[in-house]
Every structure is written in C-alpha cells, then in structure tokens.
Design a protein around this ligand. Sequence first.
Ligand SMILES: [Zn+2]
Length: 85
Amino acid sequence: MASERLKCLLDAIAKFDAWEEAQQKQAELQPTDSQEEISQKVISLDCPKCGSGQTIRSGKGKPRKDGTRLQRILCKDCGRTSLIG
Ligand SMILES: [Zn+2]
C-alpha cells in the first residue's frame, strides 16, 4: 500500500528531525569552539542591516581559511540573516 510507504517515510523524517535537534542541542551544551571563538561570543549581535538588537543566533557560516567561522544571526525585525565576526 502506498499509504504504508508514506507512513514509513514520514516516520524516517520525524526520526531524522529529532536526531538533528539532538545534535544541535548537544553542540550548544558541549561547545567545541576554540578559546578564540569563545571570546568572540561577546560581540554585539545587533543586526547590521537595520541596527535592531532583536536578533537570534542561527548557526554559523562556512569555515574560513583560518578555520574560524562567523556567527550567523537572524534578525526578527527585518527577517534577514547576517554573518557577524
Ligand atoms: Zn535587521
């Protein structure tokens, strides 16, 4: 039955979502960042696009040549993401 396969697929997706969420939580609880990166966490997270302080962290950008990664923030006011660091 097709519905059976669909159920299976949805099950797998739900499991993956839960896994991904767990990974993210673990990453937050056990930061593997270098000392240098930890010191960067005191940087201002104001939105550079509109200047709003209503931003939330939404992961990190791609690693640069020196291995550091920029903080990606999502602005609640203008809805745009920016890389800070
Ligand atoms: Zn903004």
